[in-house]
Design a binder for this molecule. Sequence first.
Ligand SMILES: CC(C)(C)[C@H](NC(=O)Nc1cc(F)cc(F)c1)C(=O)N(CC(=O)NO)CC1CCCC1
Ligand SMILES: [Zn+2]
Length: 185
Amino acid sequence: MITMKDIIREGDPRLREISSEVSLPPSAEDIHLANSLLEYVINSQNPEIAAEYGLRSGIGLAAPQIGILKRAIGVHVTDLQGNLYSYALLNPKIVSHSVEEVYLSGGEGCLSVDRDVPGYVPRYARITVTGFDTRLGEVKIRLKGLPAICFQHEIDHLNGVMFYDRINKTNPFSPPEGASPLERK
Ligand SMILES: CC(C)(C)[C@H](NC(=O)Nc1cc(F)cc(F)c1)C(=O)N(CC(=O)NO)CC1CCCC1
Ligand SMILES: [Zn+2]
């Protein structure tokens, strides 16, 4: 199982690499990779397991964060309406998105970043993502709210982008043009 010692931290050059597409149908190894990313996120949200293994509770994890430069992510997040989005996704791709943007009113963090970086991170309000899920196969997922933000954050990792790259340098708290805040409950 993945634990905190496996998660590489900012400064490691691999976090700035572009990850490679996984060939389909996926090998057993690539299926295991995506499943282990999702397993980390699920474990990290279980108080007993998180305490036992010292896991930082997270809602998503991308393969480059464990030093594997493949296009795989694990996401396990519930939106404000209580809908659960749980995916072990290979080759995730944003195929369409809204013009409208949102941002988390509390800013973003990252399991690979051990410091607070204040500021608003503009994200598309709504996205459509395709990919190969290890349980469902080829999927086309329409997302909004926190799940949409999470998928964008994880897919950024596959392109070597960190959340703070997107914070306005001159005024970190200037609301992105036409964006609305998503309150963290
Ligand atoms: C880095 C950490 C702060 C642990 C972050 N969790 C998080 O934002 N939880 C959260 C946010 C809410 F708005 C409401 C709520 F209920 C829980 C996270 O897991 N990640 C995953 C990560 O680092 N992936 O690489 C960062 C998030 C920032 C925006 C989406 C993912
Ligand atoms: Zn991150």
